[in-house]
Design a protein around this ligand. Sequence first.
Ligand SMILES: NC(=O)c1ccc[n+]([C@@H]2O[C@H](COP(=O)([O-])OP(=O)(O)OC[C@H]3O[C@@H](n4cnc5c(N)ncnc54)[C@H](O)[C@@H]3O)[C@@H](O)[C@H]2O)c1
Length: 267
Amino acid sequence: MFALVYTILRRSVGKVWVEFLSKLLDQQLCVVTGAANGIGRAIAERFISEGADLIVADFDIETAKKVYEGNSQVVDILKVDATDVKDLEKIAESVEKTGRKLKAILPVVGNGPQNPIPQITPEEFHLVMDLNVFSAFFTVQKLLPFMSNKSSIVLISSIAGFQGGKNAIIYNAAKAAVRSMARSFTGELAKKGIRANAISPGPTETQAFTEFVHGDDKMRNNIISQLPIGHIGKPSEIAAVALFLASDESSYVTGAEIIADGGFTNK
Ligand SMILES: NC(=O)c1ccc[n+]([C@@H]2O[C@H](COP(=O)([O-])OP(=O)(O)OC[C@H]3O[C@@H](n4cnc5c(N)ncnc54)[C@H](O)[C@@H]3O)[C@@H](O)[C@H]2O)c1
């Protein structure tokens, strides 16, 4: 009996120890914007489960508080409009207060309305560029002084960034710019030990995707039929790629783009 209890105890203590050692972002400070919902939230939740400490930022502060308040690994929850540089500076101030260096920055905010070419107004053009390109660039720029010499920038582009596609010309162009920025960050920042990569998700099950298909099941099923992998991507499947790129598991990967689209662009 004693031998049995001893063996069970040793095994369970060993398991806990192995789990502790295998956490990919243990006590590493990371910033995720757009963290209240969708892909940003899935990334934040996965990073927390991998031991990261997080500063999360989102426009939707009510949801962000509901999700993260009381979590000891969440250092700060900020209401931020990622298209406003002053708000992005608030994230930098929050990092500065910790006195710690950042392991990873993930500017996830992005979106774009669907409109045909003749209907696109200058205001819409600027909004889409601001949401996707400006927000990603200035989030990185403001946080650069706090990045460690073994850190990572993970940008969220889209398959829209290398495909054409109707009614989304500005979003497509904006996501192409995001892919491009990952490559340009690479050359300029490599000497500082900072890697930069992009993820290009295909259709992923989030609120933004539901709005894209207008809740129309026929349109949804049509997209599924074009996905060789047979299902619409889950936010957690994008988060797994983000974890790889943010952690030292990808130490030799920089200036790259990982397409996570279930084969959509290679059918
Ligand atoms: N869902 C998809 O199919 C898909 C595919 C390819 C790329 N993407 C990209 O992935 C990223 C996340 O998309 P998602 O589908 O999770 O979107 P989502 O709309 O589900 O979530 C976006 C989050 O960003 C926040 N947000 C929006 N505007 C903001 C602003 N100005 N400032 C601060 N926060 C703001 C929202 O409150 C929300 O919490 C975006 O960059 C999007 O372009 C999504």
